[in-house]
Design a protein around this ligand. Structure first.
Ligand code: NAG
Ligand code: NAG
Ligand code: NAG
Ligand code: NAG
Ligand code: ZN
Length: 410
């Protein structure tokens, strides 16, 4: 009796190991492309972006979820690094500070060329796989980073931005954020304003992925309906399993399915279990749920490492991805499905976004109406002289009012 118990235990242990071995052998060929990592924010907070400070050495840095040895152990072959600026920069220095976060990502690639390869296309991600480098891309987190300017949007594209999260935890003048759905913020655009729709179209034209993490459900639906290319949720999980408004509800998952879009699952405990504690197995439950509702082609990984204070037991840092993949294999995900989750699904969406871009189409050069902007530190060059060009009813009324006002002064 004792012998047979011992034998079963041994079989169980070997089976567990074999799932991990299979995960590793899959990942040697198909590494992870993760949708969202906040290491650049940590570099700003801890070192004021001084990468050559000894303490900032990415090989020996220990206090963060991300460093070079952990990336290697985790088979990370691609990362959208977050150029994130908190909402208190809106209408202030958001653009400048976003530029600085893009710069620190570029300098990471320069300082560690044996590890990181800064790239801007789906084809170059695959080249980086072959070179055994971490393909490094820029995701800008928060629509306030464009300061309501299509010119800034286009310039960020030229600097390498390949996704823009339409909002962070605040409304922009043109898109509503998720906090309107739990009652702690007021809807302003009922999803996307007319200008917000033009932002989405300009992103389509350029070939910048539309990221719907952090936006309200109305914004999700408006963007999914309008975009002529699939969209992503760079770091969001399933609302049905944890009723946080940062997560994606099932009716939106249906739209994700019908548009061949992608949800990259967030590992933050508060979005996984809605509690302070969570486990790797509960993260796998989110992957299972999104697969059930939207199909395995719609599932990806967006761990939110270095952007959150609490992570599940078993997923403490970026070295742990193989354990999550082993869990999916244990749950009978096929090898094809797993390769999709790792990077195939993201590469499909990204290359469709590239194919549907159109750089011969004219850029949209109509600015946001002046009366939709807020903040006192902005100049108004161009607006007064150009207002008659726009022939917008609002602008026309405003200039009429100005005329009457100035006549009455005479
Ligand atoms: C980081 O530390 C490693 C190991 O000590 C060293 O080889 C490397 O030159 C350092 N890199 C930088 C950029 O300081
Ligand atoms: C909405 O969620 C935020 C973030 O978790 C929280 O701070 C806020 O209190 C919530 N608002 C309401 C009305 O529940
Ligand atoms: C996986 O498949 C095996 C063999 O078909 C089956 O015995 C097992 O119950 C399945 N496991 C799950 C979690 O579905
Ligand atoms: C790109 O835009 C141009 C100019 O609007 C248009 O003529 C062309 O058909 C578009 N190409 C595609 C593939 O949509
Ligand atoms: Zn975020």
């Amino acid at each position: 009796m004792w012998t047979s118990w011992w034998l079963w235990a041994l079989v169980a242990v070997c089976a567990a190991d074999s799932f991990r071995d299979r995960a590793v052998s899959i990942m040697e060929e198909t590494p992870v492309v993760d949708g969202h990592n906040d290491l650049p924010w940590q570099l700003l907070k801890r070192f004021n972006n001084q990468l050559r400070d000894e303490r900032a050495n990415l090989t020996t840095l220990m206090e963060t979820h991300t460093n070079i040895p952990k990336l290697k152990a985790g088979f990370v072959g691609g990362q959208f690094w977050s150029a994130y600026m908190p909402c208190d920069t809106q209408n202030q220095d958001a653009v400048k500070r976003t530029l600085e976060q893009i710069d620190v990502i570029h300098r990471m690639c320069q300082l560690y060329p044996e590890t990181f390869q800064c790239v801007t296309s789906s084809a170059d991600i695959q080249k980086a796989f072959q070179d055994k480098k971490v393909a490094s891309l820029v995701g800008v987190e928060g629509g306030h980073s464009i300061d309501s300017s299509l010119g800034v949007l286009r310039t960020l594209y030229h600097l390498g931005m390949r996704y823009l999260t339409l909002t962070h935890n605040c409304n922009t003048p043109w898109a509503d954020n998720w906090l309107v759905d739990n009652g702690s913020d007021e809807a302003r655009s009922q999803g996307l304003s007319d200008f917000g729709k033009r932002v989405v179209k300009e992103m389509n034209r350029l070939g910048v992925m539309i990221d719907l993490a952090h936006v309200s459900v109305a914004t999700m639906k408006a963007a999914l309906q309008l975009s002529r290319a699939p969209v992503i949720f760079s770091h969001s999980s399933a609302y049905t399993l944890c009723e946080s408004r940062r997560n994606v509800p099932d009716d939106v998952l249906q739209l994700v399915k019908s548009t061949h879009s992608l949800v990259m699952v967030n590992f933050y405990n508060d979005f996984v279990s809605c509690k302070k504690e969570a486990t790797l197995s509960q993260v796998a439950d989110h992957l299972d749920h999104i697969k059930k509702v939207a199909g395995a082609e719609s599932v990806g990984l967006g761990g939110d490492f270095d952007g959150v204070p609490r992570l599940p037991v078993g997923l403490e840092d970026v070295s742990k991805y193989p354990d999550l993949i082993a869990e999916l294999l244990r749950r009978n995900w096929t090898e094809i499905e797993v390769r999709g989750v790792l990077s195939g699904n993201l590469l499909r969406v990204f290359s469709l976004v590239e194919q549907r871009s159109n750089h011969t189409q004219a850029p949209d050069d109509v600015p946001i109406p002046l009366d939709q902007l807020e903040g006192s530190c902005r100049t108004q060059y161009g607006y007064s002289e150009a207002s008659s060009l726009h022939r917008q009813p609002g602008a026309l009324l405003a200039s009429l009012a100005t005329l009457i006002f100035s006549l009455s002064l005479l």
